[in-house]
Design a protein around this ligand. Structure first.
Ligand code: GRG
Length: 297
């Protein structure tokens, strides 16, 4: 990771943290326990990969960063909600997330459920209240995109498919179907919504970015599977080795570590190939992709 990228990413992370901190209800506002849990689940942790993608896509189109940070925050709120619900006993039943006890362990199950619900609705509140695009139709399109990416034909649907297939052997196309929905849809929304904050990108360019985002979404998941198999709980800040323990189909269980690593590299090449058509303006997107592929946590 170059110093230049590190400082850019650090700057994005500070601006997203500041916006989220100011838009999440304060922890002394009633109902206090719920607001404390919402802040606990969102602030001070996570790599903020989806916001980084939104910022990088925004830069590609020279979008106003004050718009992009709102879009990035909305996507991160949906992501945080999904982690809170995913960790609950009715789903993955995990006790560690972002290096600290999961939300239902720190608070309780009912609070965790309401925390996820409230983070989800706050995301749409943010997206609907600010002038995020030059015309209302584009902004409505963003809201629709995030709703689609989060719901039963996106992330929640992918999660349902995942839960249905625990303990079963999946073929690669089925595994990819699951990940395109469960993880890929939100990553795609982050890129596309960041790009849509700009007025300068053509339909053809947006289509290319969408293709890029699909490659990155899958690459993210391949690396996530590799890390689950290879990294430690201390490095990940979440329980390592859960996929094998829960007998979950993954890229590693289907194709082994070496081939999964090759698949991630091939997806990065495909992503870079698409970005080459954008020249230097895609520098940040190339760097975020590289960070996603080479990350250690
Ligand atoms: C509960 C509707 C619902 C959906 C849950 C995304 C998801 C669906 C579950 C998370 C479980 C999981 C570990 C999925 C694999 C990929 C993933 C989303 C990893 C966590 O994302 P990171 O690495 O996390 O971006 P940080 O903490 O850095 O934000």
């Amino acid at each position: 990771m170059t110093a230049d990228f590190q400082s850019w990413a650090g700057h994005c992370q500070v601006s997203i943290e500041t916006l989220l901190g100011s838009r999440l209800p304060a922890s002394d506002v009633v109902p206090v326990r719920l607001h404390q849990a919402m802040r606990y689940a969102v602030l001070g942790g996570g790599k903020r990969v989806r916001p980084l993608l939104a910022f990088a896509a925004g830069e590609l189109g020279q979008a106003d960063s004050e718009r992009v940070v709102v879009v990035a925050a909305a996507v991160e709120l949906i992501h945080a909600y999904s982690l809170v619900h995913d960790d609950m006993p009715c789903m993955d039943n995990d006790v560690l997330r972002r290096g600290k006890p999961t939300c239902h362990v720190e608070f309780d199950e009912a609070t965790a459920l309401l925390t996820g619900d409230s983070l989800q609705t706050l995301a749409f509140e943010l997206l609907s209240e600010k002038n995020l695009a030059d015309d209302a139709a584009t902004q409505l399109g963003m809201i629709k995109q995030l709703a689609g990416a989060s719901g039963s034909r996106g992330m929640a649907g992918g999660q349902a498919f995942d839960l249905d297939n625990v303990g079963k052997m999946l073929a690669l196309p089925e595994l990819e179907f699951m990940h395109i929905h469960k993880t890929g849809a939100l990553i795609r929304a982050a890129v596309m919504m960041g790009a849509q904050c700009s007025n300068y990108l053509s339909e053809a360019q947006l289509e290319k970015l969408d293709h890029f985002a699909k490659c990155v979404g899958l690459a993210f998941q391949v690396v996530d599977d590799l890390l689950d198999a290879e990294a430690t709980t201390a490095t990940l800040g979440k329980t390592a080795g859960k996929d094998a323990e829960n007998n979950k189909p993954t890229y590693v269980s289907i194709m082994g570590i070496r081939e999964a690593r090759e698949r991630a590299e091939k997806l990065q090449q495909d992503a870079d190939q698409i970005l080459s058509e954008f020249g230097d303006s895609a520098l940040r997107l190339r760097q975020v992709t590289d960070f996603i592929i080479k990350r250690k946590f």
